[in-house]
Write a protein that binds this ligand. Sequence first.
Ligand SMILES: C[S@@+](CC[C@H](N)C(=O)[O-])C[C@H]1O[C@@H](n2cnc3c(N)ncnc32)[C@H](O)[C@@H]1O
Length: 275
Amino acid sequence: MTTAAAPHQSNIIEVDMPTWQPNQYLLFETERTRPCHDLVAQIHVPHAKSIIDLGCGPGNSTAVVAERWPNAAVTGLDSSPQMLDKARASHRFHQWITADIATWAATPGDKFDIVFSNAALHWVDDHVTLYPRLFSKVNGSGAFAVQVPANMNEVAHQAMRDVAASAPWRNHFPATSVREWFVHDAGFYYDALSPLAARINLWETTYVHVLPSVEAIAEWYKSTGLRPFLGALPNENTRDRFVFDYINAIRPHYIPQADGQVLFPFRRLFLIADK
Ligand SMILES: C[S@@+](CC[C@H](N)C(=O)[O-])C[C@H]1O[C@@H](n2cnc3c(N)ncnc32)[C@H](O)[C@@H]1O
């Protein structure tokens, strides 16, 4: 079984990552929410009455499902108080739960017509256990629908590891100090869920985001892929220097177009398992 990037599921030291920053995350709200629309478009549960959005963040994904199923009771779940504060402020009428996805998955409780998650499950480990547990939370005729990034081998992601391993930085990053994203390939998810599901729909899309500069790629990743690396560093000044070196590492690979814009390819994996 190959993986989009080797998942790091052992010898992991949890680092104290900078807290989630909703405003930094929402700098690219349109681009980040677009896969959510693409996922929703393929969910065939027309009369869903109950939906949970796992890792709902600032509520952008929750708003998309609520718009598609206006008669459903919608719940957003996230472990970040900062993200949930933003979500609550923007969307007062949904239910918001502060919880850890893995703990919620392991706890008996309510089932939902749609268990939805956009850009969150790669932060949670042990997918061989997690995904069947989340699927078990789906009501009959419902669906489990997930999108995760599958971009860990793109130059802009690999460069984080390369800079961390370089001479000026390697002392800051003992071998197991960075907990990267957990994402497997499509076959892994097929094998995990096909014995349980009536139908599996899997696909990948590479979005080519148009960004104003190479620096914007760093801004993009500061709130996602760079977080585990920045979390291993002791202070703001050191983090800024790491980001500076990171930008210089990726610059030769993202040559501006004729009008100065930079193209940033980003591959994502989609999965829908129908009950
Ligand atoms: C990249 S944001 C995605 C936000 C939103 N769903 C979207 O579509 O843009 C990932 C979210 O997952 C949440 N998250 C990460 N690990 C989590 C966990 N173990 N339990 C609950 N939420 C988690 C983070 O707090 C963050 O808000």
